[in-house]
Ligand binder design. Structure first.
Ligand SMILES: Cc1cc2nc3c(=O)[nH]c(=O)nc-3n(C[C@H](O)[C@H](O)[C@H](O)COP(=O)(O)O)c2cc1C
Length: 276
C-alpha cells in the first residue's frame, strides 16, 4: 500500500486526465486499485518471503463459478525456464527479469479427473461455456492476486503473449489435457529508477450506461480520450504514432495483428478442449 496520501483530485486526474467523475469514495483498497499501473522494470531485490503464498490465497478468495475453481497457476522462478517462456511470449525482457513469473491456467482437467475417479460423467466440460468459465475464473483469481501484490508495494504486468505459442508453453509446463495458459504475470519489486505512470482510462461515459445502452455517449467520450492519451504520451516522453483509436484499430486490423493467436480455436482443440 502506498504511504503517501494523494488527494482525491490527483488520484482521479491520474486515472482520467481532465475527464474525471466528480466524486470518489476513498479507502486504502480503492486507492490501491486506482493507482494500478503495469510495472515492467524491477529492482534486483528478492520478493518478500511469503509473497507467492499470499498472492495465491488472495487469488483463491475470488468468487468462482459454482465454486468449481476451474483454474490453476504455475509459479516459475527458474531463470532458464523464464528464458524459454520469454522467448515463447514475444521475447519480452520483463519476463526474464521478474523474480517470479506466474502462468495462469484455465483448468478443466482437475474436475474431469475427480469425476473419472468416481466413474461420473463430465461431458459438460466439452462445451464452449465451460472453457469460458475456466478463463473467467482464472482472470478473477489473477486480478485478486494482482491487487494483493500491489497492496504490498509490488509491481506486476500481465502477459497475454503467453498465448502466442500455447502448445509450446503447454509442453514446457507439462500441462495435462484441458488445461490452457490464459496469460502470464510478471511479479517484482518496482525499479525506483524507472517508475511506471498511471495510464488514463476512457471517460466513464464511454463505459457506463445507465438503465440502457446509450451508443450516442461513446463517440464524444472517445474523442476526448484521444486527447487525454496524446497528452499522457507527450508527458511521458513516449513517441506513440497516432492516437488511441489509431493504435487500438491497428491492434485489431486483421488476423495478422493477433501475434499468432488467430489459430487459437485449433490450438484449443489440440489442448483437449472440444468447445461444442
Ligand atoms: C490480459 C492482458 C494481457 C496483457 N499482455 C501484455 C503483454 O504481453 N505484454 C505487456 O507488456 N503488457 C501486457 N499487458 C498490459 C497492458 O498493456 C496494460 O494493462 C495496458 O496497456 C494498460 O496499462 P496499465 O496496466 O499500466 O494501466 C496485458 C494486460 C492484460 C490485461
Amino acid at each position: 500500500m502506498t504511504d503517501t496520501v494523494i488527494s482525491t483530485q490527483d488520484i482521479l486526474r491520474q486515472r482520467y486526465g481532465n475527464d474525471a467523475p466528480e466524486t470518489l469514495l476513498r479507502n486504502g483498497t480503492i486507492d490501491v486499485i486506482l493507482s494500478h499501473r503495469s510495472v515492467r522494470s524491477y529492482s534486483n531485490e528478492p520478493l518478500p518471503e511469503g509473497t507467492l503464498e499470499t498472492m495465491i490465497a488472495a487469488a483463491q478468495s475470488a468468487a468462482t463459478s459454482s465454486n468449481l475453481q476451474t483454474w490453476s497457476v504455475v509459479a516459475v522462478t527458474d531463470p532458464e525456464r523464464k528464458e524459454r517462456l520469454a522467448t515463447l511470449a514475444g521475447n519480452q525482457n520483463h519476463i526474464r527479469r521478474a523474480p517470479l513469473f506466474l502462468v495462469w491456467l484455465a483448468d478443466l482437467n482437475r474436475i474431469a479427473r475427480a469425476a473419472d475417479a468416481r466413474e461420473m460423467p463430465h461431458e459438460g466440460l466439452n462445451y464452449l461455456e465451460m472453457w469460458l468459465v475456466g478463463v473467467i475464473d482464472a482472470a478473477l483469481a489473477a486480478q485478486n492476486a494482482v491487487i494483493a501484490a500491489e497492496s504490498l508495494g509490488l509491481g506486476t504486468v500481465y502477459i497475454g503473449a503467453i498465448r502466442n505459442r500455447p502448445l509450446e508453453v503447454a509442453a514446457e509446463l507439462k500441462l495435462p489435457p484441458m488445461v490452457m495458459p490464459v496469460f502470464g504475470l510478471c511479479v517484482g519489486r518496482p525499479n525506483p529508477a524507472r517508475p511506471a505512470a498511471v495510464k488514463p482510462r476512457l471517460p466513464q461515459e464511454a463505459v457506463l450506461h445507465r438503465e440502457e445502452y446509450h451508443a450516442e455517449q461513446i463517440p464524444p467520450a472517445v474523442e476526448r480520450y484521444n486527447a487525454t492519451m496524446s497528452a499522457f504520451y507527450a508527458a511521458q516522453g513516449m513517441n506513440v504514432e497516432g492516437d488511441w483509436v489509431d493504435h487500438s484499430a491497428r491492434r485489431v486490423a486483421g488476423p495478422e495483428s493477433l501475434s499468432g493467436r488467430d489459430v487459437l480455436r485449433e490450438v484449443l482443440h489440440r489442448l483437449g478442449f472440444q468447445l461444442k
